[in-house]
Design a protein around this ligand. Structure first.
Ligand code: SIN
Length: 323
């Protein structure tokens, strides 16, 4: 982790700008190539260089990681959580901005919100085109992220992309290519960024399911093993049986199952999951379509706060970490 500092005038305090890599920091061989590039190449202070929206601000840059977010591992996440926590505790810092890859940004955003529940804004931003693109989207997204960080009503962890501000709990990547790849489902976005101005639409995030787990998360050498299975046509028992048959040291402690429709599971898979539960494995369910289940008396397993699979898997791992 390396630090750089650009001093300037800012009445509201300093902004910490942390780089994690991703497409926003990507480089392609050819300027016209928006898909054949390497993520995580350009330093975070270079992404910010020359942006009019950042001129004159007091910014502390930190390169926390430089990776493609599909390859995110526990150490990088721990490092980010620790650095964001440290900046939030600094009275001189009014907001934290994180540049990050889009592929797992929804997991990182949810982790930061659920572990830290910050009163200050923690604004994650990203891009779908590399920094070398003919028309990169990263500079506008980073400028919008700064506008959100400076917005008087902003708080909690949000993802800013394509002029839309998504909450950490709801945000999901739903498209592999377009420059507005995120959706917030029925909740909708929290705010819009229009020409540097933030227009509020609904309350900012306050959720804090696992703030009591921060120290355990930061100290963990590995997270409790939680497998992510899915129900589907022709699903069966074999995946669960393989998990249960693993040697003790590699056995799962939890299974997150992505259900079809409204919390429905293939009967053969459901029977195997009940056996897993009887064997001491905690089983939790989320809808495969990402929407919160509509509860019904015979729901086969509990969901966690209606979370979508990627976040429910982390929530279960954090539950188990504290068990
Ligand atoms: C990544 O997630 O790091 C690569 C993809 C992207 O940022 O869009």
């Amino acid at each position: 982790m390396e630090k750089a500092q650009v001093a300037g005038e800012l009445s509201g305090g300093r902004f910490a700008v942390l780089g994690m890599g991703g497409t926003i920091a990507g480089r392609a061989e050819r300027a016209g190539d928006n898909v054949g590039y390497t993520a995580g190449q350009v330093r975070v202070e270079d992404l910010a260089a020359g942006l009019p929206a950042l001129a004159g601000l007091a910014l502390d840059f930190e390169q926390v990681a430089q990776i493609n977010s599909k390859d995110m591992r526990l150490p990088e996440l721990q490092c980010l959580v620790a650095r964001v926590q440290a900046h939030l505790a600094d009275d001189a810092v009014s907001a934290v901005i994180v540049t990050h890859g889009t592929d797992t940004i929804e997991e990182t955003a949810w982790l930061l919100q659920t572990l830290l529940a910050p009163a200050k804004p923690v604004v994650l931003t990203c891009a779908m085109r590399p920094a070398t693109a003919v028309s990169p989207d990263g500079p506008q997204n980073l400028s919008d992220a700064i506008a959100v960080a400076a917005h008087p009503g902003a708080r909690g962890v949000v993802v800013v992309c394509a002029g839309r501000v998504h909450g950490a709990v709801e945000v999901a990547k739903v498209h592999p290519y377009r420059t507005d790849p995120f959706d917030s489902g029925d909740a909708g976005v929290i705010a819009l960024v229009e020409e540097g101005r933030v227009r509020d639409l609904r309350p900012w995030p306050t959720q804090a399911r696992h703030t009591d787990r921060v120290s355990a998360f930061l100290a963990a050498s590995a997270m409790p093993r939680v497998a992510w299975l899915s129900s589907h046509a022709d699903a069966g028992a074999w995946e669960v049986e393989s998990l249960l048959g693993a040697p003790a040291a590699r056995r799962v402690q939890g299974i997150l199952v992505a259900a079809t429709g409204n919390a429905s599971l293939h009967a053969d898979l459901e029977a195997a999951l009940h056996k897993a539960e009887a064997a001491g494995v905690r089983v939790v369910l989320a809808n495969r379509n990402g929407a919160p289940p509509v509860p019904y008396p015979a729901q086969p397993f509990a969901d966690i706060d209606g979370l979508a699979p990627a976040k429910a898997r982390w929530a279960l791992a954090l539950d188990l970490l504290g068990a």
